[in-house]
Design a protein around this ligand. Structure first.
Ligand code: PLP
Length: 427
């Protein structure tokens, strides 16, 4: 395996070997990452990457799409079954693009959107001034209650009534609690807005019913496919067939979304990735996937309990989902950037993250975000979470102590051998 690559490009061959080793030797706690199955990975490295197929199944702008049509239709049908969706578009190349396309399908430039504050857990595409979203649309934000660290739905309603947005956006990149999608939908209907949920992070939890599934509730739902859903890098948009807000418009909501994706914002779809999405959705429909997601949440709760016992401060005091936000500034007197760096030195991979009312900056915030999807894929359970929490605390309490860091790294390297990653991969 990889023989041709080795012959053609030794430098990239070495990148692949080194990255595989890095993944094998580390405790991957980045909440947005996961390890795809060998079947998903194989599918991405096939001849499907060679095809052009602008358009949709049975309506293509290129010939020779009879097999690609089967693959895309399977991805659509399986996603519909998985999420109980009326309409699915599996072509978005990434989560950010899916959001851009969803906005483009129903909004005009400068229309008002009410979304979660970035510093409280929202995503860049939810109105950051440096992102296309913040530049093209008029964003307003809601946040979390400073006391509880939770979204206050009365406050969301109050803001929605004053702002009268055209779109109410729910969803997050860093919020450890369950969302009340029905309440968001009610508020959107009260003010005549669309309700869009971005479930990029919690898609696996929604698909398995561990978190409420917003797909039968909201107008539009976007998600990445590579986080808790454990598929290839990419995204999809799900929606209602009909446009609730503009019932008299000539196009249905489903058609508006399809034409926003193609020809609105994309050209040829990534057929090798769409086929891999179909494979991942088949995997997610199996009973084993629900057990996996249940374990993801149990592990996150066990980790939170251990952090609590060790005296660390978490936003909202714990978690209901797959992620935790640790206030490392308050807990250990160290900022997020340094915390990320020293944890990397001991082979624990985490990302710096803002916490609500952060005292730092986006590049050097007070928190770190950690999640359990990837380590659960490797087979870890609650008892391993205690050990991981201890390493976090030991490292973050002694960020400049080389002896402590060297000891923790050795322990991590020994520990990780018990959880082999891609044991059958020949590289
Ligand atoms: C809530 C949310 N939406 C959208 C995205 C964007 O996805 P991508 O990185 O695939 O563009 C992310 C990624 O982190 C996310 O967390």
């Amino acid at each position: 395996m990889l023989d041709s690559l080795k012959k053609v490009d030794e430098k990239i061959y070495n990148v692949v070997l080194n990255e595989t080793k890095r993944q094998r030797d580390g405790v991957e706690m980045i909440a947005s990452e996961n390890f795809v199955s060998p079947a998903v990975m194989e599918t991405m490295g096939t001849t499907l990457t060679n095809k052009y197929s602008e358009g949709y199944p049975k309506k293509r702008y290129y010939s020779g799409n009879e097999f690609i049509d089967i693959s895309e239709q399977l991805a659509i049908d399986r996603a519909k079954e998985l999420f109980n969706a009326e309409h699915v578009n599996v072509q978005p190349h990434a989560g950010s693009q899916a959001n851009a396309e969803a906005f483009f399908s129903i909004l005009n430039i400068k229309d008002k959107i009410l979304a979660m504050d970035l510093a409280h857990g929202g995503h860049l595409t939810h109105g950051s001034p440096v992102n296309f979203s913040g530049k093209q649309y008029a964003f307003f934000h809601y946040g979390v209650d400073p006391e509880t660290g939770r979204i206050d739905m009365d406050d969301v309603r109050k803001r929605a009534k004053i702002i009268k947005p055209k779109l109410l956006l729910s969803g997050f990149s860093a919020y450890p609690r369950e969302l009340d999608f029905k309440e968001f939908q009610d508020i959107a209907e009260e003010v005549g807005a669309y309700h869009m949920c971005d479930i990029a992070h919690i898609a696996g939890l929604c698909a398995t019913g561990i978190h409420e599934n917003p797909v039968p509730i909201a107008d539009i739902i976007t998600t990445t496919t590579h986080k808790t859903l454990r598929g290839p890098r990419g995204a999809m948009i799900m929606s209602k067939e009909l446009d609730r807000v503009k019932p008299k418009s000539k196009k249905s909501l489903a058609r508006k979304i399809d034409s926003a994706v193609f020809p609105g914002m994309q050209g040829g779809p990534l057929d090798h990735v769409i086929a891999a999405k179909a494979v991942a959705f088949k995997e997610a429909l199996q009973p084993d996937f629900k057990l996996y997601i249940e374990q993801v949440v149990k592990n996150a709760k066990a980790l939170a309990e251990s952090f609590h016992d060790l005296g660390a401060t978490m936003v909202s005091g714990g978690t209901d989902n797959h992620l935790i936000l640790l206030d490392v500034d308050e807990s250990f007197g160290i900022r997020g950037k340094k915390a990320e760096t020293v944890l990397d030195e001991v082979n624990i991979f985490t990302n710096k993250n803002m916490v609500p009312n952060d005292r730092g900056t986006p590049y050097d915030p007070c928190g770190i975000r950690l999640g359990t999807p990837a380590i659960t894929t490797r087979g870890m359970k609650e008892s391993e979470m205690q050990q991981i929490a201890k390493w976090y605390v030991e490292t973050l309490k002694n960020p400049d102590d080389a002896a402590v860091k060297s000891k923790v790294k050795q322990e991590v390297l020994e520990f990780i051998k018990e959880f082999p990653l891609y044991p059958d991969l020949e590289y």
